[in-house]
Design a protein around this ligand. Structure first.
Ligand SMILES: [Zn+2]
Length: 417
């Protein structure tokens, strides 16, 4: 089909997010953008496809994942919680090939993760990268915010490591920066990373307060992380680590134009009790991403989303990676939260669309259906009759029938006009 020719999509429900759902709705796409939407009678000429008894949503946003692990068949063993799991991630990375062989593995894993995301209805991704392929990410697929991650306890100061700066140049307009986590990033490395983010105007993200072991390590230097890092040779056990608690990181992250805190499960708990209040104070710049199934796997509980929402923080859903999660479906994460009574269906919807787009600094392009925006859409097909579109979206038998990015079908298919 010609992309210049106007196309109308008609659906039983269109759920734009940010405005009421439209029953018997339609939307008009021209040159990959939404140019009109309405109810019942279509205004304007052009082809029309009737999608039938489906729900059309803005393409979903996965605000946090690590696609480098998309080639794993199943999550790594979670015994020992976060410290035990991180030891297994380090072992996995050390066992990988090097050079061209690893470059090929990484490229294949990224492609697999992007394709899986499209099958799950995801058109925008907040991706964490420890390496960026020479040619950047594949040009066709979900919209990306790629946060170049860095970690290290022995960095003493100076300019940003050259390999990080090179990867940021490769990423161009989709770049972001991520200091990995409080227990793995020295104060000096964090300072260099965040100074560069501010200078380049890049959004930032960081794993914070994911476990009590993290809080113990960054406030006193003890606990399972001390043993782990001593074993790995990352930091000598007889010296205090040069690290900061989450509350200190929040103040530093808030100097970027936009940022997100990932997990935050133990934010505000002793021995760092002010962290959640600090995040709430910076809520115009910093949001929070939860990864429900990963938190349940590694911490034995779901994230305290109600506390974050009560503090006025914009909360997004992420899947985290295939190293801690069975798939890359944000719908499955939302079903987990709503099914456990942690959030309402309406809250879960914003957490995987508009608020997730805000968290990855793509809110002007993604997260809602509106005139002038790219036609990034997901078509959800319920398995039977339904009356409430939110119920249909969250029903486990509902299928992703098609995923469109800028008006192009990248997964599934539409009926013929
Ligand atoms: Zn993560």
């Amino acid at each position: 089909m010609s992309r210049a020719e106007p196309l109308h999509l008609r659906a039983r429900w269109i759920v734009p997010v940010g405005r009421p759902a439209i029953e018997d709705g339609w939307l008009r796409i021209e040159r990959g953008r939404i140019v009109a939407l309405g109810r019942r009678n279509i205004a304007g000429s052009g082809r029309t496809i009737d999608l039938g008894s489906v729900v059309v949503l803005p393409g979903l946003v996965n605000a946090h994942t690590h696609l480098e692990f998309s080639d794993l068949e199943r999550p790594l063993d979670a015994e020992g919680g976060l410290p035990g799991w991180i030891a297994r991630v380090v072992a996995l990375r050390r066992a990988r090939p090097t050079g061209l062989e690893e470059a090929a593995r990484l490229a294949a894993s990224l492609r697999a993760g992007l394709a899986e995301s499209l099958r799950a209805g995801v058109t925008t991704i907040g991706e964490i990268a420890t390496a960026v392929p020479r040619g950047g990410y594949p040009p066709v697929g979900p919209r990306l915010r790629v946060y170049r991650e860095a970690l290290g306890l022995s960095f003493r100061g100076g300019v940003l490591p050259g390999v990080v700066a090179r990867d940021l140049d490769r990423l161009r307009g989709s770049a972001g920066i991520s200091p990995h986590a409080p227990m793995t990033v020295s104060k000096a490395l964090g300072r260099a990373l965040l100074r560069d983010a501010a200078k380049r105007g890049l959004p930032v993200t960081m794993h914070l307060a994911e476990s009590l072991a993290e809080l113990a390590y960054v406030t006193g230097g003890g606990g399972p992380f001390r043993d782990l890092f001593a074993t790995l040779g990352a930091w000598p056990a007889d010296r205090p680590p040069p690290v900061l608690p989450p509350s200190e990181w929040i103040g530093r992250l808030a100097r970027a134009r936009r940022g997100s805190v990932v997990h935050g499960t133990f934010l505000g708990e002793p021995p760092d009790p002010t962290a959640l209040d600090r995040l709430a104070r910076h809520r115009n710049r910093l949001g929070l991403v939860v990864c429900p199934r990963t938190t349940r796997l590694l911490s034995g509980r779901l994230p305290p989303v109600e506390r974050f929402l009560a503090a006025g923080i914009r909360v997004a859903i992420g899947t985290d990676s295939r190293a801690s999660n069975p798939d890359l479906s944000v719908l499955a994460e939302a079903r987990e939260l709503v099914g456990s009574g942690v959030t309402s269906p309406g809250e879960a919807l914003r957490m995987m669309t508009s608020d997730a787009a805000w968290n990855v600094a793509h809110e002007s392009l993604a997260g809602s259906i509106a005139v002038g925006r790219p036609a990034d859409l997901v078509v959800l097909a319920p398995s039977g009759p339904f009356s409430d579109p939110l119920d249909a979206i969250l029903h486990p038998d509902t299928r992703v029938a098609a995923t469109l990015r800028a008006g192009r079908v990248l997964h599934g298919e539409l009926p013929r006009a």
